[in-house]
Design a protein around this ligand. Sequence first.
Ligand SMILES: [Ca+2]
Ligand SMILES: [Ca+2]
Length: 201
Amino acid sequence: MNLEGELNMKNLLHIAMIILVGIGLGACDLIKPKPPKEEKPEVRKSEDITSEAKVLASSSLPDDKNHGWTYGPASAVDGDKETCWSEGDDGDGVGEWIKLSFPEKVVVTRIGVIPGYDRIFRDDVGDRFYKNNRVRELRVEFSDGTTQSLRFKDSREMQFFVVPEKETRYLRFTVAGVYTDGAKWADCCISEITVEGYPVD
Ligand SMILES: [Ca+2]
Ligand SMILES: [Ca+2]
């Protein structure tokens, strides 16, 4: 065997070794026991818990008996965007509140609000949204006394806010600012509030 032949043979042996070692490692991998699964803390599933709450308000507009429309706080949690809670104070609504109280402590994760009266009716007034005051800002108070501010766009879709997970017995929403442009009535309205979370064990 000349020098070239010797080198080729060496290379072939080298490649064969690499393949054998590779197969060996692969086999080891196959029979290696899998590490135990890491224990993850249980993640609680958030759900719509609005219907569990009792609802109260600082004031409400008298119901419209002609149309059969109700303006009490229950209208903000009935799942119908065409019914609303309207405050009944003489002013623009700043300082008025609506409170959702839960029978047990809950962890709140997300809040959604339609910050006005999302009803369109076939009469001279038509669309009620911009004819009433809309919420610009709500201050949410939790039962530990802490508060969080929610700021709204002046538009009729439900607007959502993620809440740093917090245990609470109630949520009190106080109107801290309103949009009044174009309003015919000084009534601040909320068509819907939804609360997502889960009960505390
Ligand atoms: Ca409603
Ligand atoms: Ca008012």
